[in-house]
Design a protein around this ligand. Structure first.
Ligand code: ADP
Ligand code: ZN
Length: 628
């Protein structure tokens, strides 16, 4: 049998405890001196007084503050032998002293001796101490069991919620399409590799870099690439990991993280979603979050605590720099901000090239076409897109990814999963008219983005879809372009009303109308594109949930509000009339396109334009085609 000293100890514990109890009992109740002058016999107080009266008492020693006495008396019945007896005295016997004096008896008082008290005290303490020790060992034992109660005792210690990669293996080459950010951060690599270059001329090496950009643009990847290029370890934690249920846990995690990092310097600390901890203090509704504030304070303290030359560089990522606490952005903390935006068409092409490296593409596929088709896609979206296409290719048992799979994957990423096809019937016809309505209005308006394709295949929430190719490189959008978009979005409803009559319009336009109203409102309140004049009536930040500015939303009076509403109405009405006019004027081509769409389910933008061109003049939209 294996011997465990803890088990042995546990068995001896009760024995020890009981032993001490008895030992303590023996010491604590009897005065120590009395154990020396043992008086085996006892005498009653009355008998003692008789002895006293009979002059047989020779000396009296008081103990315990006068409650007991050891009495020496002569016993006539035993040949006047001196006898020592113990007498318990009544608490109030002041006359006894006078009596002793009268009878010339030797008396003395003995104070309670201290060593007795100490032993008593120790005796009293030993039991709880032993008990606690015993409990401690019990806890230690059970904490070895998985999920034992021991875990409750060390929740304050971070259980390595951050992760560390000694070598990320990511290089700058793996990050594409965000050249400016890469250039800025190239310097950080040099800081880590050759700090002396900077310190020699007295430059202070920055401690923190804030990467600002929407999710999926490659901020984590960029931070890893810095670590990879510099060949230093990469510590990462998400801001939301800091904020836990128990107050103080976040702060202790920060401490642990920095301690670990200091042991491994030079290194990179990456904090994702720093806004989770770094929001403005005291900005939350109903007071701040103590835990978050403590964590933030700890983070600030740690950042101030190390010198710039220790070789630790903290990279934080956020999508909301506007809600960050100003203290975080002060010099010596995150004093550098690098914007990481969704890539433009050139950037998308580069990202696609990076991610196509390990994929088998059919030679017919041109990455440029994909880049053109994917405005607004982030690096993560593009990586995901190519992966979806590869999965589809495998499912279709093809040799390599073709444009077909890419197209399907794009549709899927943008609009969701393909639904069950519509059955032929009146409702399919109505949906066809609705989509053709969007497409025709969009094609005939000079300022509208060109149609990319029209389909009747349901996807996500939509039963049919008209895809346009927005040119995001244009940057500025004109008033006529906005009006064209509103008119195009109303094209669906306009077709329903013109073809089927007012009573037959459907709920299918709900989403369109929401977009229309949003665009019209912005024209009035943000861009000064109405009769209200060039005024901005709404803060451009939008809502910041629990952040700054959440109360200051509308900056106008009720009368302005009603004027805004009427301006929105005017814009929408005008555009709607225009859309209906286009539908009425092009009824013939509309009917033909609807028949074609019901037959083919999808009409490509080029084909669509050719058919329309047979009936009307199609404006040239080459300005919308993004250039590489
Ligand atoms: P973020 O941290 O900004 O949310 P990530 O860095 O986590 O984004 O990006 C997720 C994935 O998307 C990366 O692992 C990478 O595969 C891909 N990705 C994102 N941006 C890029 C880019 N600029 N170049 C190459 N790949 C990218
Ligand atoms: Zn619609």
């Amino acid at each position: 049998m294996k011997f465990s000293w803890r088990v042995a100890l546990l068995w001896t514990l009760p024995a020890l405890v009981i032993g001490f109890f008895f030992w303590q009992g023996a010491f604590a109740t009897a005065p120590a001196d009395m154990t020396k002058n043992t008086a085996s016999t006892r005498m009653t107080y009355g008998r003692f007084l008789e002895y006293l009266d009979a002059n047989r008492v020779t000396s009296v020693d008081f103990y315990e503050g006068g409650r007991t006495a050891i009495v020496e008396a002569v016993d006539p019945s035993l040949d006047n032998r001196v006898q020592r007896v113990r007498v318990d005295l009544p608490s109030s016997a002041p006359e006894l002293i006078n009596k002793l004096k009268e009878n010339n008896v030797n008396f003395d008082a003995h104070p309670v001796r201290n060593d007795g008290a100490i032993w008593g005290l120790l005796g009293n303490l030993i039991f709880p101490v032993l008990l606690i020790t015993g409990l401690f060992f019990l806890f230690r034992r059970s904490s070895n069991l998985p999920g034992g109660p021991g875990q409750a005792m060390n929740f304050g210690k971070s259980k390595a919620r951050f992760s560390m990669e000694a070598k990320t293996g990511v290089k700058f080459d793996d990050v594409a399409g965000i050249e400016e950010a890469k250039e800025e951060l190239q310097e950080v690599v040099t800081f880590l590799k050759q700090p002396e270059k900077f310190t020699a001329v007295g430059a202070r090496i920055p401690k923190g870099v804030l990467l600002v950009g929407p999710p999926g643009t490659g901020k984590t990847l960029l931070a890893k690439a810095i670590a990879g290029e510099a060949g230093v370890p990469f510590f990462s934690i998400s801001g939301s990991e800091f904020v836990e249920m128990f107050v103080g846990v976040g702060a202790s995690r920060v401490r642990d993280l920095f301690k670990k990092a200091k042991d491994n310097a030079p290194c990179i600390i990456f904090i994702d979603e720093i806004d989770a901890v770094g929001r403005q203090r005291g900005a939350g509704i109903g007071g701040g979050n103590d835990e978050r504030e403590q964590t933030l304070n700890q983070l600030l303290t740690e950042m101030d605590g190390f010198e710039g030359n220790t070789g630790i560089i903290i990279i934080a990522a956020t999508n909301r720099p506007d809600v960050l606490d100003a203290a975080l952005l002060r010099p010596g903390r995150f004093d550098r901000q690098v914007t990481v935006d969704a890539p433009d068409i050139k950037g998308r092409l580069e990202v696609l090239q990076v991610h196509a490296r390990n994929k088998k593409l059919d030679p017919s596929v041109s990455l440029e076409t994909i880049a053109r088709r994917t405005p607004g896609f982030t690096g993560a979206d593009l990586a995901n897109l190519l992966n979806e296409a590869a999965i589809l290719t495998a499912r279709r048992r093809k040799e390599g990814i073709t444009l077909l799979e890419i197209d399907d994957a794009v549709d899927r990423v943008v609009a969701g999963m393909e639904g069950t096809p519509l059955v032929d019937g009146k409702s399919k016809r109505l949906i066809a008219y609705h989509e053709i309505g969007h497409a025709i209005v969009g094609t005939l308006l000079k300022d509208h983005d060109p149609v990319q394709k029209v389909t009747l295949i349901p996807r996500g929430q939509a039963q049919g879809l008209t895809w346009f190719t927005p040119n995001e490189e244009m940057g500025l959008v004109t008033r006529s372009q906005l009006r064209a978009r509103i008119t195009g979005a109303l094209g669906g409803r306009a077709a329903e009303e013109v073809i089927f009559g007012r009573a037959e319009v459907t709920t299918g336009a709900g989403n369109d109308l929401q977009q229309v109203t949003g665009m019209a409102r912005q024209m009035v309140t943000r861009f000064g594109m109405s009769d209200l004049g060039p005024v901005s009536l709404e803060s451009q930040q939008g809502e910041v949930f629990l952040g700054r500015d959440w109360t200051t939303r509308s900056e106008y009076s009720d009368s302005i509000a009603s004027r805004i509403d009427s301006q929105i109405r005017i814009i929408v009405d005008e555009c709607y009339e225009n859309a209906k006019k286009i539908m009425r004027d092009h009824r013939e081509v509309c009917d033909r396109l609807v028949d074609l769409l019901i037959e083919k389910e999808t009409i490509d933008g080029e084909e669509f334009r050719q058919i329309v061109a047979e009936y009307a003049e199609v404006p040239d939209k080459s300005q919308f085609v993004p250039q590489l």
